[in-house]
Design a protein around this ligand. Sequence first.
Ligand code: NAD
Ligand code: DAU
Length: 378
Amino acid sequence: MKRSIIISGGAGFIGSHVVRLFVNKYPDYRIVNLDKLTYAGNLANLKDIEDRPNYRFVKGDICDFESVLSLMREESVDGIIHLAAESHVDRSIKDPFTFARTNVLGTLSLLQAARLYWEGLPERYSGKLFYHISTDEVYGALEMTCPEGMEAPFTSGASSGSHHLAYGSEFFTEDRKYSPHSPYSASKASSDHFVRAFHDTYGMPVVVTNCSNNYGPYQFPEKLIPLFINNIVHRRSLPVYGRGENVRDWLYVEDHARAIDTIFHSGKVAETYNIGGFNEWKNIDVIRLLIRAVDRQLGRAEGADDDLVTFVTDRAGHDLRYAIDSRKLRSELGWEPSLQFEEGIERTVRWYLDNAAWMENVTSGDYLKYYEDMYKGR
Ligand code: NAD
Ligand code: DAU
């Protein structure tokens, strides 16, 4: 095998798209998916590639340092793409310890195992890479200086021709100071610092990317888009935090996976790349788009489900606006999003409607209790 790569968190939403892309595109790579299978991990996300000869699934916890180290030795690993994490902001507000354990200590455990293994080899760090997947949330929140939206100062091929608004004049660039507000983003910021410290202290070849909000197939229905699609289908209320004015920059998950592929192979060691959709939307506008798409695809009358929108108590510490400047990735490595947002939403809604069994499966068991606890009294 040309490369042997551990992809941590490969049974989750983004991880499963990365695993699928690498397994299909690189038959001469060994792809080892290391995942604990928490509530968010699901092997059904990878049914189509599970029997491939270049793929192996290992159920394991990234915090289990000894097991991680022996897996790296057993598989002669030369690359790590680290996605495993607790990823939902609302859960982090209720249970910050779990986020510190997985996101901070888990990342440190992977780093330390990679260091011990690679430093013991004759060629040491040559040909190795630790690629850490992070989030734009570490940068904090941007001002909304233009609530009605203005023409976005930079767009991509995919966003031009559609809604391409910016809600403020500032954007997250790679050199922006970290300012996390939620326990989730604080834990991701901490893990980013550990990754960079391993480069500066031990010379480990690392790369870090900070991406904006992803959407698409296989996303667990605790996040806005799949949760609301499912609620519209079942005509349940849509709990919009605050007034729905918060702005997120949405990127189709397969475009993120493509960016990861590009950066894994061509990114510069010790660099940071921001990944975004050039695609800012207010939550309430995304929600209106979702209602229209679901109703149209189900053959319901236009506007039939508009009254499901319910404004509820805001999320604590709710970041107002995220907007990524990903021009560095575009100019240095040639990556751009491929999919225009309305088309991505249509495709995503179609996928969830066509995969009702997947949705039923992940919303059975403990899910109902989660939903009641999360939204009780809001
Ligand atoms: P997810 O919650 O869907 O999946 C996380 C995966 O990690 C699951 O398969 C879970 O089982 C696994 N996992 C959790 N704890 C583990 C542990 N201790 N050991 C091994 N595996 C464990 O998350 P996602 O949305 O796919 O996000 C993946 C990564 O991308 C995360 O690091 C997240 O911070 C980052 N990210 C996500 C987004 C987004 O919009 N979803 C945007 C930017 C960055
Ligand atoms: O920006 C990248 C981040 O995007 C990732 O790092 C996180 O892992 C990912 O979860 C996501 O974080 P957000 O908090 O932005 O995503 P979420 O889908 O939870 O919420 C999107 C917006 O919708 C946010 O402004 C909160 C709002 N919202 C969310 C839910 C679940 C609601 O109004 N109601 C809801 O029920």
